[in-house]
Design a binder for this molecule. Sequence first.
Ligand code: ACO
Length: 330
Amino acid sequence: MANFAAITGWGMAVPERVLTNADLERMVETSDEWIQTRTGIRERRIAGPGEHTSALSIAAGRAALARAGLDAAQIDTVILATCTPDRPFPATACAVQAGIGARRAAAFDVVAACSGFVYGLQVATSMVRSGAARNVLFVACDIFTHFINWNDRNTCVLFGDGAGAVVLQPSDEPAGLLSCVLGADGEQEDLMAVDAGGTRLPATPELLEQGRQYVYMNGREIFKHAVRAMAASSLDAIQAAGLSTDDIALVIPHQANLRIIEATAKRLEVPMDRVFVNLDRYGNTSAASVPIALVEAVEQQRLRKGDYALLTAFGGGLTWASAVIRWSAE
Ligand code: ACO
């Protein structure tokens, strides 16, 4: 049994291809000005052939292992948060396990859409604390553009692809996840979904013809739910950690929309200079957005040893999740 699960390694991977707002202007009826003012996004990365979910996850996972100074053989559990697996079956975490060479590790996926990193961090941390796992590689990756109808301007400007990974190891010092608040509202599952291709509605030529394999969403409703749920669960997570918002050095929110982030920060009464934003370069990378932002925050020294950070996310389901972490690495 360990008291805490410290984050001892971290890494990220994004596809090579950059799709700018100017590129999108040539594809649908939109403008750089509309996209920037409504979302804050300037460009995003789009996965090409060979850059599928396990491939990006393996790249991010290797970087996290190297940073932790661990050999893949020392990893006993591989967890992958994704809602865009390589294949419907089996779990993509198994391909990641094989790809990094973690032969002794258990492997499974966690599905909570854009909240997947915080949900999975809670699962991984609980396993380390209970003694069920010792060295966990936890990756969050989504190739959300796989579900995009590139003729639908309501969705195609929002998403990008990527992966972020962390290594968790037992620690007696306060480190890693200190508190976590998870939530879901399945009554609202139709606010954002992909209809065809599952067991409820298997993909048929007719459904594919109708484009039912693509994501649809009610952006305005999701916007409202997102701000409410992220702000409320953030305050609960801060309180559960025995802290106040003034103690939080950096807020690392899900990178869906700059206006959602600003509205949430306002409710938390945290100034934007204590909020990390990188969606201008990546768009909404779903489950990968929080760990990619975490990795860049650490690289830019916006998060230093001993700092408390608030992670907060929301996504399809609906799901939401907020957590306070203490950064313990140099
Ligand atoms: N370019 C130009 N015009 C557009 C575009 C576009 N790309 N997209 C929509 N519009 C139009 C709409 O058609 C609408 O026109 P109308 O008034 O003539 O009908 C107008 O712009 C305004 O639409 P709104 O929906 O009011 O725009 P809003 O300010 O709400 O912004 C947005 C839309 C960006 C989608 C916003 O609602 C949002 O970000 N919502 C959250 C969505 C989200 O983050 N989803 C991901 C959840 S995370 C996960 O689980 C993966």
